[in-house]
Design a protein around this ligand. Structure first.
Ligand SMILES: [Zn+2]
Ligand SMILES: [Zn+2]
Length: 370
C-alpha cells in the first residue's frame, strides 16, 4: 500500500506527461534560468513541477477585467487567502471585476512584478509557484516608506522578542510531529545552520533544548488541519508557516518531500528544508514578507531550489528590530551578495568590484548615520 504522499506524487507525475499549455514553454525558459543560478541541479525541469500541481490556473493566462470564466472564483480565493481580497458578501463570482483587478495590481506591486492588473505570464507563474503560508497582508511597510531602497516589512504592531541581554532564544523539536525519512541529526544540523545565519547579523543566540513545552521556538512537521487555523494543503502549494513574536511556532508541511541534499533526494517536488527554515525563522523573529525577489523573506520558493543566504534587505530589516551583532561586517555580506549574483569574482574586473563594494558600503554607512 502506498503512502498518501507517494500517491500524490504519482498523480503529479502523471499530470507531468500530459501536453503542456502553450504558455508553459515560455515560462519554462525563464524558470530554468533562475534555477541554474540558484542550485547545482540545473538540469532538472522545474517548470512542469511548479505549474502542474496545486493551483492550476493556466487557463487564466492574459485574463483581465471584464471577462467571465469558470474558476475565476478560485483565483479570487487565492488572492483572499494571501490577503489581497476581502471576504465576499456571499460567494466569490467568476467575473474578473474591478476588485480582482486591484487585488492583482496590489499582488504585483507587493511581489516586485510589473503592475498590469491582469494575469500576465509572470504573474501566473508566481501564483503557481509554491510559497510560505503567512499572509502578505499582516505586514506593515513602514521601512519601505522611509527608504525606498528597503523593502522588508514587519508584522502589524512591529512585534519583536523582548528579553534581557544577552538574548538567547531556545528551540525544540516536537517528538510527535516529525518526518521519518530524514534523520534527527540532519534536521538538527539544518536548523543549526539556519539559526546561525540570523545570529551572525543580530546580537542574539539560539540554543537547542530538549524540553519542547517550555522552548521559545517550537518546531514541528504537520499535515492538513493541525489546530492553529492555518491548515496545510498537501504536496507543494503552501510549504510552511510561522507566527510573529513572541509566539515561536514554526510549522512545516509534513506532506512535502523535504530535502537536505538534492544529490540524494531526486524527487521533482523536493523542497529545500534549509531554505524554508531560514525564511520561517525570519517570521519567528518578526520579519514579514519582502518584495525583493532574492531576499530570504520573499514568499515564494520553487521546488529543487536552494536559497539560504541572507540578503542586505533581510539584514537591514532584522537589524532595525534588534540592532547589529558587533562582530558582523556589512561589507562581508556585500561581497557574498555580489559573488552570488555574478557567479564568481572576475579577475579583470577586480578594481571595479572593490570600488563597487566600497561605494555601496559608504552609502550604507551614510544611510545608517542619517
Ligand atoms: Zn513567509
Ligand atoms: Zn501551523
Amino acid at each position: 500500500m502506498k503512502l498518501k504522499e507517494e500517491k500524490e506524487e504519482d498523480q503529479f507525475m502523471k499530470s507531468c506527461v500530459q501536453p503542456l499549455p502553450k504558455y508553459a514553454f515560455r515560462l519554462q525558459f525563464k524558470h530554468s534560468t533562475v534555477v541554474e543560478r540558484n542550485t547545482s541541479a540545473s538540469t532538472v525541469d522545474l517548470t512542469i513541477d511548479a505549474t502542474a500541481t496545486w493551483h492550476n490556473f493556466s487557463k487564466f493566462l492574459d485574463l483581465e477585467k471584464g471577462t467571465q470564466l469558470t474558476g475565476v472564483s478560485d483565483l479570487k480565493k487565492y488572492f483572499h487567502r494571501f490577503g489581497y481580497l476581502p471576504s465576499p458578501p456571499v460567494n466569490f463570482t467568476d467575473v474578473f471585476d474591478s476588485s480582482l483587478e486591484s487585488a492583482v495590481s496590489h499582488y504585483q506591486s507587493k511581489l516586485g512584478l510589473p503592475v498590469t492588473g491582469k494575469i500576465d505570464a509572470e504573474t501566473l507563474h508566481l501564483i503557481m509557484t509554491p510559497r510560505c503560508g503567512v499572509s502578505d497582508s499582516h505586514s506593515h511597510a513602514q521601512a519601505a516608506v522611509l527608504r525606498q531602497t528597503r523593502r522588508f516589512e514587519y508584522f502589524n504592531g512591529r512585534p519583536r522578542w523582548v528579553k534581557p541581554a544577552p538574548v538567547t532564544l531556545t528551540y525544540a523539536f516536537s517528538a510527535d510531529h516529525t518526518v521519518g525519512y530524514i534523520s534527527k541529526d540532519e534536521i538538527r544540523a539544518v536548523f543549526s545552520r539556519a539559526f546561525a545565519r540570523w545570529a551572525r547579523v543580530i546580537p542574539m543566540n539560539f540554543t537547542e533544548v530538549e524540553k519542547y513545552s517550555t522552548a521559545d521556538v517550537k518546531i514541528g512537521f504537520y499535515r492538513g488541519d493541525h489546530g492553529d487555523g492555518e491548515p496545510f494543503d498537501g504536496v507543494l502549494g503552501v510549504l510552511a508557516h510561522a507566527f510573529s513574536p513572541e509566539s515561536g511556532k514554526l510549522h512545516l508541511d509534513g506532506a512535502e518531500t523535504w530535502a537536505v541534499d538534492f544529490r540524494k533526494e531526486r524527487s521533482r517536488v523536493a523542497v529545500d528544508l534549509e531554505s524554508v527554515v531560514t525564511h520561517e525563522i525570519g517570521h519567528v523573529l518578526g520579519l514579514a514578507h519582502s518584495t525583493v525577489k532574492d531576499s530570504i523573506m520573499y514568499p515564494n520558493l520553487s521546488p529543487r531550489t536552494k536559497k539560504v543566504n541572507l540578503r542586505i534587505d533581510d539584514v537591514e530589516g532584522i537589524q532595525a528590530l534588534y540592532g547589529s551583532n558587533p562582530n558582523f561586517e556589512l561589507n562581508s555580506l556585500l561581497s557574498e551578495e555580489f559573488s552570488d549574483n555574478n557567479g564568481c569574482r572576475r579577475g579583470g574586473a577586480g578594481l571595479w568590484w572593490w570600488l563597487w563594494v566600497a561605494s555601496v558600503g559608504l552609502v550604507q554607512m551614510i544611510s545608517f548615520m542619517l
